[in-house]
Design a protein around this ligand. Structure first.
Ligand code: BMA
Length: 299
């Protein structure tokens, strides 16, 4: 992948208490001629909230809001709303994120989900609908919803450590048919745990999905897979090598060293734009042409 020469594209802002320490893992969606980013932000209180920024060319930030657009509102997410992922599913936007609650320094996290009407989102009317817990009480994170139903059902990818898993739902509330899709690979960059990165992308051959792989040395890298169009639990291709791994200083040094971690990707002008957190500190972007992606999965 090609890193943007002016990375990072977002830094913390010291004067904003809610985003004074870290701004990283962002959901990304291309709507209305621009890239919309919902990024995870932390201040001195160590609570994750979501900030909002846009870009016209995918690289340069055009606007950035002064205040968070999504914050903890329920008991189960009292200590943070982390790692958002956003999908345009048949006209409504579905956001998944990690709800965090701490008990005596024990981190209890689980997947949470909410929706917002597309027009409200575009008009910056932050009318988030009710917040649901798809798997109440289950230790789980890194969920994303496919941008289209498959065989009449919503589909979610999520991570029950250490596997990348799938689940199906008729109504976004009750989830079933939970199964493992991919496991970590021995002797590789993804040998400890794996989970989805951004929203799956539909192409003729199936679903392109970027995923994060963690090695036992705690290095977070990104790989790519192709999932079957009608049975996305079937993996048709999995990259042997990572497509992005920590290399630059802003990926190697920070709150958590050696991390490239993505929650959002968009395709426009025949390029795949991947937004990723560098060392859990800053937000970056790297791109690859769709032709190259296709030649990778045909190899
Ligand atoms: C994951 C998530 C991410 C984070 C990554 C690396 O488990 O918590 O938010 O970027 O670890 O620390």
């Amino acid at each position: 992948m090609e890193r943007f020469s002016d990375n990072p594209i977002l830094h913390p802002i010291e004067e904003h208490a809610w985003e004074s320490r870290e701004v990283f893992n962002a959901a990304a969606i291309y709507l209305d001629g621009k890239v919309h980013l919902l990024y995870r932000a932390m201040g001195n209180d160590k609570v994750s909230r979501l900030g909002y920024a846009t870009s016209l060319d995918g690289y340069t930030i055009k606007e950035r809001f002064e205040n968070p657009v999504f914050e903890p509102a329920t008991d189960s997410e009292r200590d943070g709303c982390e790692d958002p992922r956003l999908s345009d599913v048949e006209g409504q936007l579905v956001m998944t994120y990690t709800a965090l609650r701490e008990y005596n320094h024990l981190q209890v996290y689980q997947i949470a989900l909410t929706t917002i009407a597309k027009d409200d989102f575009i008009n910056r009317q932050w009318n988030w609908q009710s917040r649901k817990l798809p798997f109440p009480g289950i230790r789980n994170k890194n969920a994303v919803i496919f941008p289209q139903k498959v065989n009449g059902r919503y589909v979610m990818l999520h991570r029950i450590d250490p596997d990348l898993c799938i689940a199906y739902s008729e109504d976004l509330t009750k989830w079933c048919d939970i199964m493992s899709v991919m496991k970590p690979r021995g002797e590789s960059w993804d040998n400890w745990k794996i989970g989805v990165a951004g929203t799956p992308i539909k192409i003729n051959e199936g679903w392109i999905v970027l995923y994060h792989g963690v090695s036992v040395e705690r290095m977070y890298s990104l790989g790519i897979v192709l999932l079957d169009k009608d049975q996305p639990e079937q993996v048709l291709y999995r990259s042997k090598e990572h497509i992005l791994a920590p290399k630059e200083d802003y990926e190697r040094f920070g709150k958590v060293p050696n991390v490239v971690f993505s929650c959002g990707n968009v395709v426009f002008d025949d390029r795949l734009f991947v937004y990723y957190g560098g060392a859990d500190n800053v937000l970056c972007v790297a791109t690859i042409s769709m032709d190259e992606v296709l030649s990778l999965i045909h190899r």
